[in-house]
Design a protein. Sequence first.
Length: 171
Amino acid sequence: NSLILSPDGVSEVIKVDFDTKDIINLIIAVDGINDHQAAREVAHFAPHLKSRSDRDTLYNIWNFVRFHIKYVADGIRYEDVKTPAQTWASGFADCKSMSIFVGALLRNFDFGYSYRFAGYDDSDEFNHVYVITHTRMGNIIIDPVFDKFNREEKYTIFKDYKMRELRYIHG
């Protein structure tokens, strides 16, 4: 608990009747808000997920969020978007806040990643978000709502928003 910062007293963003564009913009804003505050909130904790390979580190991130943050869907009329500190303090999140938590951890490891917004069952609206990590091995899916690592449900529509480019470290 001491390795993840406590919330700074600023309440999470809750808004009634968000549309899809509002949600996308808010997730992207929270990811980069205040010079990557989300990543700083988990900076002391992130090294504890490091493993001998990038794939194992990514598995550890998926596994930690999947089994230490309870998935709770938002209500029908409101959207709740939390920073990692707020998510950790509450102990629960929906796919939006879980994805921000994953993105913050990935930023600490200098992985490239995108948020994938997806729609299912012939929907023309996005109703789920998760993270696609860009590695030298190819893309790795981190969706802590889904019960398998590096897997995704079959979607009918999707749009990716790249947040950080893949960086190759030489030497």
